[in-house]
Design a protein around this ligand. Structure first.
Ligand SMILES: Nc1ncnc2c1ncn2[C@@H]1O[C@H](COP(=O)(O)OP(=O)(O)OP(=O)(O)O)[C@@H](O)[C@H]1O
Ligand SMILES: [Mg+2]
Length: 452
């Protein structure tokens, strides 16, 4: 090609090379800009997605209406849409400059080629057939060069993506997703739990939420975990269940480090009621079993519904345990009351029948009768299990073997209810404040009786 073209005129070669170099430089510039701003664009995209999702959530509808919050969402969505689209436009503009330069060069190239070749035809140096042939060569060579630089550009782009992926794969993974200790043999045992000097700081937080926590829970022990709001109780649950990884220190199950388990196997050891209840838009039986339809054991579903005190409610529904929750998937779906949802969560934890049962504020929404019912059943529900019961209702701690009073992420007091009352410390103070209310009203009643 090039020798033919050179034989036409070196100017065309110069223009063609100039064109490729310019294309390369401008496209590299555009790509680098895209790379530099990719993170920013991702942030805008994510923020925008959050705003849109939150604005559309059914659970937010009442707050948005009562507190007139639509303006926040409107402004937020507008703000991030603008930021997002501006940045995309800037990125695209850089590529457009490269394309524009290609077009300008193409015009120059054609002008020169035509001028030279037409002059040659007019001068009688070449005939019409040679003109067509040579023009074809010039354009063919130009297309080849453009394709070359285009392919190079696409390779570079793919390189960026592959490198992102490589970086992700090579990230230091604290979580074991590979081979791990055998969990099957642990499922029907009572398990011991140990926190060894565990500290945990939330990302970007200044102070640790859990500080140097040392704790041994014996196999089959029933622990009550208490403490003021924000003491770190729920954080401990998330650390123990493997949802968070300690910043330092180690958690052991039956003497085996959490890290030695495959994380998904590890989750099988726990039945948990989380403090924030999350109902899935599937049937009651699916919510309880967490199983695909064909694998659900309905006898077991009905058994745990009875245990959690929800069976009468379910029996009253037309589709019984096949009833869908929420109307997201099934139009005939129903909603449960706060307490009923909590009972459903208990059913789910019991269905799983895992060796460690963790209940984070399981009675907060229960009526006093349902609460009493749970306390009375607690022994049988936790038979052969190690359990942790978190509650602000301190009467609940009396059926546990030991109470841990947590303060600012550290154990302040630990012992039986009697021991801690005797101790005359923070637990006793809290217990007294809570029971005072009942005692005072008892007293008033007695005084009223006496007056009569
Ligand atoms: N995801 C998070 N990111 C940053 N900080 C968090 C996060 N979750 C909790 N915290 C902080 O950690 C501290 C402990 O929270 P945690 O939920 O463990 O308390 P708690 O003892 O369960 O309280 P409560 O009795 O109110 O349920 C709080 O001060 C809270 O602000
Ligand atoms: Mg909590």
């Amino acid at each position: 090609f090039s020798s033919y073209i050179l034989s036409i005129n070196y100017l065309i070669v110069l223009v063609l090379i100039g064109m490729s170099v310019m294309n390369l430089v401008l496209n590299t510039y555009a790509r680098n800009y895209e790379k530099r701003t990719a993170n920013k664009l991702n942030i805008y995209r994510t923020k925008l997605k959050y705003y849109q999702e939150e604005a559309n959530k059914l659970v937010n509808a009442k707050d948005i209406r009562i507190y007139k919050l639509e303006d926040w969402f409107y402004k937020g969505i507008k703000f991030f849409t603008k930021k997002f689209s501006n940045l995309v436009m800037k990125q695209k503009a850089k590529y457009s400059i490269a394309n524009l330069s290609d077009s300008i060069f193409a015009v120059i190239r054609n002008l020169i080629a035509y001028t030279i070749l037409v002059t040659m035809v007019l001068d009688g140096v070449i005939d019409a057939a040679e003109f067509t042939f040579m023009m074809g060569i010039v354009i063919g060579f130009a297309v080849w060069l453009t394709q070359l630089s285009g392919t190079y550009g696409r390779l570079k782009e793919a390189n960026i993506r592959v490198n992102n992926f490589r970086e992700y794969i090579d990230m230091d993974d604290k979580i074991n997703m590979g081979e791990g200790e055998d969990v099957d043999s642990l499922l029907d045992q009572k398990l011991s739990i140990e926190f060894k000097n565990v500290s945990f700081t939330y990302p970007k937080a200044e102070k640790p939420t859990i500080s140097n926590l040392n704790l041994k829970i014996a196999a089959g022990e029933k622990i009550a975990l208490v403490g003021v709001n924000g003491a770190g109780k729920t954080t401990i649950v998330k650390l123990l269940t493997g949802l968070y990884t300690p910043t330092s220190g180690e958690i052991l199950i039956n003497g085996i480090s959490v890290n030695d388990f495959n994380r998904y196997d590890y989750y099988r050891l726990f039945g948990v009621i989380f403090q924030d209840i999350n109902i899935m838009p599937f049937s009651i039986a699916q919510n309880i079993s967490g199983q695909p339809l064909e694998a659900i054991d309905y006898d077991k579903v009905n058994d745990v519904l009875k245990k959690s005190g929800l069976s009468d409610k379910i029996a009253s529904l037309e589709d019984k345990e096949q009833t869908y929750l929420t109307q997201v998937i099934d139009d005939k779906g129903i909603l449960l009351s706060g307490g009923e949802m909590q009972k459903l969560m208990l059913s789910r934890a019991l269905y799983k029948n895992a060796p460690v049962l963790i209940l984070d504020e399981p009675t907060a929404a229960l009526d006093p009768l349902a609460e009493q019912d749970l306390y009375l059943k607690y022994d049988s529900l936790t038979k052969n299990k190690t359990s942790i019961f978190i509650s602000h209702r301190l009467s609940s701690t009396q059926f546990c073997n030991r109470i841990i009073y947590l303060e600012a992420g550290a154990i302040e007091e630990i012992g039986t209810h009697r021991e801690l009352i005797k101790n005359n410390g923070k637990y006793k103070e809290m217990f007294t404040v809570q029971s005072q209310y009942y005692q005072d009203s008892d007293k008033e009643e007695n005084e009223d009786e006496n007056k009569k």
